[in-house]
Design a protein around this ligand. Structure first.
Ligand code: RNT
Ligand code: ZN
Length: 417
């Protein structure tokens, strides 16, 4: 039998030797509120009778057990939340509305999401929101807010405005700020002739969407850039420069998705810059593989660097940590658990650094000690501390979580058609 508490005590002494207070690090884990994306459970399909995902994003795989309706989706999210330690928001897309009414995206109202508010209260989570500007017939030739066609732009402007009102409603009802993310799939497969006109229209549409001021206690709006997508390889109006400029000029939030840049660019090195210019940062923690492929987040170097960026720069408060990936080739509950646990581990590990000491060493130009201590940190036993963190919250530790995932698959997922 493992003695989790004893292992924890040993690791704690190790950390004390390099000047880290482990109990304080664990307390700081409470500052985190991860935004759990609802769309891993059903491969980004939603409940608006859409049969295929479009807009340059794709899921591959047909692992059995995907959530087919709102009941199953909530059941899965509850299962995920039951396995994980920590605090959460659940991140909804507009297509996950809860209603029998036949409404189109430009007609959605808070009442169509009242069921989610009840559910969130019951499950002790906040809610985040996204207008869904894809997988819909009004995406005209691949364009929404930047379309040359005014009727198309107006439809999506209306949808985005309605979305902000739903976000405000979530924030008011739950007393937890709703972070709303605006991402549009607009772009061109081949080389555009006029790069400016689409951007000018996108800017004008956004100006209309954000015209109404909403109390940031309820809703914080963030805009998400992307360098390219499937079918829009040559040009996206909503590039990094476009949205970095837009968010800075208009003082709204900036979303940084780890899969949305050139392969040698990392969002971990963008976070600190953004923190100087925009009021809020929303992370879409994802994992690109060669291109924007939204793989399940794992405990890799970039994830650790992202967490360090927030912790070392002390900017957790101005940041929402959202996950954004969708893998249909493995058990979807496991995909959630691995992604979230990896993220939690990365943050815990970042909290277990002697931050002030290392900053001082660096400023003194003492790069010898900087290298030595940061290398030493890499093999410290933070795993024992993480297990203790899960155990203390009454959550499954290590492979126990996998046993639970297998049980759920056998009893629930395998019975879905
Ligand atoms: C797409 C963007 C966007 C979506 C979600 C579903 O490339 O990352 O955030 O993944 O809105
Ligand atoms: Zn994203």
């Amino acid at each position: 039998m493992r003695d989790i508490e004893k292992e924890y005590q040993i690791a704690k002494e190790q950390y004390a030797e390099i000047g880290v207070d482990v109990d304080k690090a664990l307390e700081r884990m409470n500052d985190l509120r991860i935004s759990l994306h609802c769309w891993q459970a059903d491969d980004v399909i939603g409940f608006m009778n859409c049969d295929a995902l479009s807009g340059g994003i794709q899921t591959t795989g047909n692992y059995p057990g995907k959530a087919r309706n709102i009941k199953e989706l909530r059941q899965d999210l509850e299962e995920v939340l039951s396995i994980l330690p920590g605090n959460y928001n659940v991140n909804l897309h507009a297509i996950y509305l809860d209603t029998d009414e036949k409404v189109d995206l430009d007609e959605i109202e808070p009442r169509h999401f009242a069921g989610w508010v009840d559910w969130a209260r019951k499950n002790n989570v906040g809610l985040d929101f996204n207008p869904t500007c894809f997988s819909h017939p009004m995406v005209r030739d691949g364009f929404t807010l930047s379309s040359p066609d005014k009727a198309t732009r107006d439809f999506w402007i209306k949808h985005c405005k309605k979305s902000r009102k739903i976000a405000e409603y979530f924030g008011k009802e739950l007393g937890i700020t709703c972070c709303t993310n605006f991402w549009v799939p607009d772009g061109m497969k081949d080389i555009p002739y006029d790069r400016l006109a689409y951007r000018a229209r996108l800017k004008d549409s956004l100006d209309q969407i954000f015209e109404e001021k909403i109390d940031p206690r309820y809703d914080i709006d963030c805009v998400e850039s992307k360098v390219f997508g499937i079918g829009v390889e040559s040009y996206t109006p909503g590039s990094n420069e476009f949205y970095f400029g837009y968010a800075t000029a208009n003082q709204i939030g900036l979303t940084l998705d780890s899969g949305h840049y050139h392969p040698t660019e990392y969002i971990s090195d963008k976070i600190s810059s953004a923190s100087l210019y925009v009021p809020h940062i929303l992370l879409h923690v994802s994992r690109p593989v060669r291109w924007d492929s939204d793989h399940v987040v794992i405990f890799d170097d970039e994830l650790n660097e992202i967490a360090r960026s927030l912790v070392r720069n002390d900017i957790i408060k101005m940041t929402s940590v959202g996950l954004d990936y969708f893998d249909a080739s493995i058990n979807r509950i496991s995909a959630y658990v691995v992604g979230v646990k990896s993220t939690l581990k990365a943050f815990l590990r970042a909290f277990l650094e002697p931050v002030e000491q290392l900053k001082k060493i660096e400023e003194e130009g003492n790069y010898t000690d900087r290298m030595f201590i940061t290398e030493r940190l890499k093999t410290m036993n933070f795993g024992a501390i993480f297990d203790y963190y899960c155990w203390k919250q009454g959550k499954p530790v290590g492979l126990e979580a996998l046993d639970e995932i297998h049980r759920y698959e056998k009893e629930i997922l395998s019975k879905r058609g």
